[in-house]
Design a protein around this ligand. Structure first.
Ligand SMILES: NC(=O)c1ccc[n+]([C@@H]2O[C@H](COP(=O)([O-])OP(=O)(O)OC[C@H]3O[C@@H](n4cnc5c(N)ncnc54)[C@H](OP(=O)(O)O)[C@@H]3O)[C@@H](O)[C@H]2O)c1
Length: 216
């Protein structure tokens, strides 16, 4: 597949690029700063582009099979995430290209309750602003009338780790293990994302992923 990745140099984006290259996809990494970042793996195309600029989104999605967004605004600008998401949705609506967004766990509900994770101890108060922005990001997707979007909520803890290639999927409820921990490695999140890209099962909906050994 021909895939453009926004946020390709971020924590999640680098794992997504690595996983996509491993599977032989044709990857274009879009970064805001001009010039190819030294960290981009060989075999990755590079283009300059801002996910919050509709002309860039249209240009970088034209002729592609998929856009992946793993962007995160700097601290203090969290609400930019919603604006960026609306721009991505509008851009791919114009080009007819599928969009998969890496979002947040905040809007998942705590198992067995209707309490969103953001209002629970699963989300640290220090992450509240980005968590709230991610919840608004999902709402923007759900309100969009036309884009072919998929929203991937990680488990509550999303950390660098091991690529096991195994994971559990859910829909709107936080996935936790027997000890109440909700976790997925960034590497396995990338595996789940690329599996969804290759075999779509969650069009115009949200799904979540957690470590497979996290079964409660
Ligand atoms: N458990 C959870 O729910 C959880 C935990 C961690 C992360 N996340 C989510 O995962 C996503 C990615 O997080 P991360 O930790 O990988 O972020 P990160 O390491 O801070 O990387 C963010 C990337 O986004 C890029 N970016 C920001 N705004 C952009 C724009 N308008 N256009 C193009 N690129 C842009 C940045 O590039 P520049 O160099 O241009 O700024 C950077 O490459 C976020 O949505 C975050 O909320 C969720």
């Amino acid at each position: 597949m021909r895939i453009t990745v926004f946020g390709a140099t971020g924590n999640v984006g680098t794992r997504v690029v690595t996983e996509a290259l491993r599977r032989g996809h044709d990857i274009t990494a879009a970064t805001r700063a001009p010039g190819r970042p030294a960290s981009l793996p060989p075999g990755t195309r590079h283009r300059t582009g801002d996910a919050g600029d509709i002309a860039d989104v249209i240009e970088l999605s034209t002729g592609q099979d998929l856009i992946i967004s793993a962007t995160r605004p700097p601290a203090g600008s969290e609400t930019d995430l919603v604006k960026t998401t609306r721009t991505l949705l509008a851009g791919v609506s114009r080009t007819g290209v599928r969009l998969i967004l890496v979002g947040g766990a905040a809007s998942l509900t705590v198992p067995g309750t209707s309490t969103p994770a953001i209002d629970s101890p699963y989300v640290s108060p220090s992450y509240r602003d980005i968590a709230a922005a991610c919840a608004d990001q999902l709402a923007a997707c759900r309100a969009d009338p036309s884009a072919d979007w998929t929203y991937l909520s990680p488990a509550a803890l999303l950390e660098p780790g091991e690529r096991t290639g195994r994971y559990r999927l859910g829909t709107d409820e936080l996935l936790v293990d027997a000890t109440g921990v909700s976790r997925v490695s960034m590497e396995d999140l990338a595996v789940a994302l690329l599996d969804e890209a290759e075999r779509p099962r969650h069009r115009r909906t949200r799904f979540t992923v957690a470590d497979q050994h996290a079964a409660a």
